[in-house]
Structure formats: structure tokens, C-alpha cells
Ligand binder design. Structure first.
Ligand code: SF4
Ligand code: SF4
Length: 442
């Protein structure tokens, strides 16, 4: 009897990595989707067009609060410049709602195609395709209503918008805008998807202009000709490009999905991957600089980047100062001298007329007390004192100040209004001028 033949165990094939860039992107997409929904509903960032208000970090900013709006916009603009300069298309690949929903719509489309094929295997192919498309469009249509609602909430108060949606109101501008946005969202996510990024979106072109030799990008580097031409990197790219042509293709959002694909295949054939993240076309790999300081490894690699971040910091400081100095109750008092400079009432007292305007930019009811200072025996008349103003409202009232008959005042006297606003107890002194009749007429 011959001895049994020993079969040598097959060489273990290393397990391919679990698509780390893809998994990380999905988690970050979920995070930014929640941020996208939370910003308008919690007034973290929202423009209210009907009320002409800008909501930022919970504070209601009025459209005439120029300093805060200026610093916010400049900070945002330099933030975009810094982000694009240092990290390239990171916003497009990780945070942009258009990209997040386009990829989700694509994944849904794929999943439903596979599901209908498996579930209705006995059906003829055209019927299966109809079922797959009908289901896909139905779900995208329902999602478009939600997405359009969130999007319009950035410009119209969400509860007001919900009321219009419940009543299917498309006659008012808010309701009409909601209906049009829903339609656009449906067409976009059902048919256009990532084509929007490469044809219509100006931000992609802007980022291309801001990139330089240190900007983070995904590129194919293969000096040793290790690429096995499997084209897995091409098949996985949802932007429809071949990363091996150039790292500077306008379609490339530097998402890293092709890195995962290459790594997966190269692990199987035991070769190093030839697609990678690097700091510029000729720069080092993303992970390759262990001995460098943390800020350098974060991408702050030259004076240009430091200056942009410094400017951004200046605008952030300006914004912080403007917010800390913000007066939630704005009080203005002006004299009324169009019809007469003064008048004498039935009791023989001299009166001057004034107009007060109180803008309550806070979220609570405000009470404003007005007192007269440095004017002998004067009192405020014809005005509820304190004056109550609801949140978000501006109230204007005309009132008079009377001084007793025979008060020893010159023709022109400078005095002050002392104003105290509650809540907060903020005090304000407003300089004013008092006019008396000429001494000959008193
Ligand atoms: S080429 Fe790679 S990095 Fe660029 S979009 Fe396609 S998959 Fe993403
Ligand atoms: S996945 Fe990697 S090995 Fe395959 S074609 Fe692309 S670059 Fe070459």
C-alpha cells in the first residue's frame, strides 16, 4: 500500500482591509446629516427672510447688526479658504449635503436593484426593472419632501413652514418655495446626483483655484510599476473617473474610495497600494511624517496657511467681541421738533416732545424704564413707564417731558435720559437738549 500523499497547505491570503475610508466617510456623512438638520431647528445658523433676522448660535441677530453679520461672513469665507487650501475637497467628500444625498440615493438604487432581482427572480426583466425604479423614485420622492423642508427651514421659521406643509399651501411664497425645492430635490437625487458637482457647483471650481503644492489630495503614484491594471479603482469611483490619469481632475473629490479599492486588491496579491493620500503631488504621504510637529502634520506647512489662519482667528475674535458687546434691547430717543420746539400745558408747565424706539432683540419680554436726569423737577408724561416690548418686536412711542412752571432753566439746557432695560439691568445714558421759551415769554 502506497503512503498517503501530503498536500502542502495553501499560502494564507491576507484578509483585505475593511474599506477604512468608506466606513469613516459613512460615519462622518451621518454626523453632517444630523448637523444639516439641527442647524435650522435649534437656531444654530438660520436666516429668517420674512422677519429679516439671522440666527447664529442661538442668538437672534437683526439685519442691521452689521458688525456681527460682517464678522460671521468673513469668518465663514476665510474658513472655506483655509479648509480648501489645506485639505482640498474635504468639504465635498465628507460634509456636503448634495454629495451625502447623492451617494445615499445611489446606494439605495443599487440595494433596491439587487433586492428586486433576488425577490422577483421569476419575473421578466422589464417588470423587475419597473418595480425597482418605482420603489426607488417613491422613496426618493418621500425623502425629497423631508430634505426640502429642512432646506427651506434655513430661511423660514420651521413651525410656520410645517403649518404651510400640513395645509398643502403653495399659494404663499414660503409654501411655493417648499414645493419647488421638493421638485428640484427629487429631480436632483433621482436623476442628476453627482453630475451636479461636476457641472453646476461653483465650489468645486473654487477649490481647484485654491489648491497649491501642499494641498491634501488623492493620487496614483507607481514608480515601480506595481499596478496590476485591475481597474477596481475606476469601477468604484462614483464620480466616473480614473485616478491614474491625474490627481487634479475637477471631478475628483478626494474621497479615498479608490484607495480602499486598490488596498483591497493589492493586499490579495501582496503588493503595496499605489493610490494614496499625500500633501501635494510631490509631497509626502499623509501618514508618513512621524517626527514633525503636530501643526505641520495637520497641514499648516507654509506662511500662506499661517496667515490665512491668523486672519480667520482675527475675524473669530472680532465676532466674539461683537457678540459679547451686543445689546439685546436697543433704545433710541429723538426730540420731535417738526411742529413746535416746546409747548405750555394747561397747568403752565413747559413741555418738550420726544419719540422713543425700543427694539427687543432678545428672546424674553423686555421692560424699559426711562428717567430724566439733570433737569430740575422734570417728569416723563404720556408714556407707560416701564415700557413693555415683546421679543422680536420694535415699539415706537411719542411722549412728553414736563418741567414745573417757573423752573430756573436757560433757553437751552443739556440733560440726560437714564434708561434701564430688564432683564439684564443694562443702563444707558442718552444725551439730550431741552428748549425753554425765551425769558420774555415765560
Ligand atoms: S478618483 Fe478616487 S478619490 Fe477621486 S472621486 Fe474617484 S474614488 Fe474618490
Ligand atoms: S486598483 Fe490599484 S492596482 Fe488596480 S488598477 Fe487601480 S491602481 Fe492599479
Amino acid at each position: 500500500m502506497s503512503a498517503p500523499v501530503k498536500i502542502a497547505p495553501a499560502a494564507a491570503v491576507p484578509a483585505p482591509p475593511a474599506r477604512p475610508h468608506h466606513v469613516r466617510r459613512r460615519r462622518i456623512h451621518l454626523f453632517f446629516f444630523l448637523v444639516f438638520c439641527a442647524l435650522p431647528f435649534f437656531n444654530l445658523m438660520r436666516f429668517d427672510l420674512p422677519k429679516q433676522r439671522f440666527y447664529f448660535a442661538g442668538a437672534e441677530i437683526w439685519i442691521n447688526e452689521f458688525a456681527i453679520i460682517f464678522f460671521s461672513l468673513m469668518f465663514l469665507m476665510f474658513g472655506i479658504v483655509a479648509l480648501s487650501m489645506i485639505y482640498g475637497r474635504v468639504y465635498c467628500s465628507y460634509a456636503c449635503p448634495q454629495m451625502i444625498f447623492s451617494e445615499t440615493a445611489l446606494a439605495l438604487d443599487d440595494a433596491l436593484r439587487r433586492w428586486t432581482t433576488k425577490k422577483f427572480i421569476a419575473w421578466p426583466a422589464p417588470r423587475r426593472r419597473f418595480a425597482h425604479l418605482a420603489l426607488t423614485y417613491l422613496i426618493i420622492a418621500a425623502a425629497s419632501v423631508v430634505l426640502a423642508f429642512v432646506f427651506i427651514s434655513y430661511f423660514v421659521e420651521p413651525r410656520d413652514l410645517l403649518r404651510r406643509l400640513i395645509h398643502l399651501d403653495i399659494a404663499t411664497s414660503g409654501g411655493f418655495a417648499g414645493a419647488v425645492t421638493t421638485l428640484i430635490a427629487f429631480l436632483d437625487f433621482a436623476f442628476v446626483r453627482q453630475k451636479f458637482c461636476t457641472t453646476l457647483c461653483p465650489y468645486g471650481y473654487l477649490q481647484g483655484m485654491l489648491a497649491d503644492r501642499h494641498t491634501l489630495l488623492v493620487q496614483y503614484r507607481d514608480p515601480d510599476h506595481l499596478c496590476i491594471q485591475c481597474k477596481k479603482c475606476v469601477r468604484i469611483c462614483h464620480m466616473g473617473i480614473d485616478i491614474r490619469d491625474s490627481p487634479y481632475q475637477i471631478e475628483c473629490i478626494h474621497c479615498g474610495e479608490c484607495i480602499d479599492a486598490c488596498e483591497e486588491i493589492m493586499t490579495k496579491v501582496k503588493r503595496p497600494t499605489v493610490v494614496e493620500y499625500s500633501w501635494g503631488q510631490d509631497g509626502p504621504k499623509l501618514e508618513a511624517e512621524a517626527g514633525k510637529p503636530w501643526w505641520y502634520r495637520l497641514g499648516i506647512r507654509d506662511a500662506k496657511r499661517r496667515i490665512v489662519l491668523l486672519v480667520m482667528l482675527c475675524y473669530a475674535s472680532g465676532l466674539a467681541v461683537a457678540l459679547s458687546m451686543r445689546n439685546p434691547v436697543l433704545v433710541r430717543i429723538n426730540p420731535i421738533r417738526t411742529t413746535s420746539l416746546y409747548r405750555v400745558n394747561a397747568a403752565g408747565e413747559v413741555e418738550n416732545q420726544f419719540s422713543v424706539s425700543v427694539s427687543n432683540r432678545g428672546s424674553q419680554n423686555a421692560k424699559v424704564a426711562i428717567a430724566v436726569d439733570s433737569l430740575q423737577g422734570a417728569r416723563v408724561e404720556e408714556l407707560p413707564n416701564p415700557l413693555s416690548v415683546a421679543p422680536g418686536e420694535t415699539t415706537r412711542k411719542d411722549f412728553a417731558v414736563a418741567v414745573p412752571r417757573g423752573a430756573a432753566l436757560g433757553d437751552v439746557t443739556h440733560f440726560h435720559f437714564q434708561v434701564e432695560a430688564q432683564p439684564g439691568g443694562r443702563k444707558q445714558t442718552i444725551d439730550m437738549t431741552w428748549l425753554m421759551p425765551p425769558k420774555t415769554k415765560r
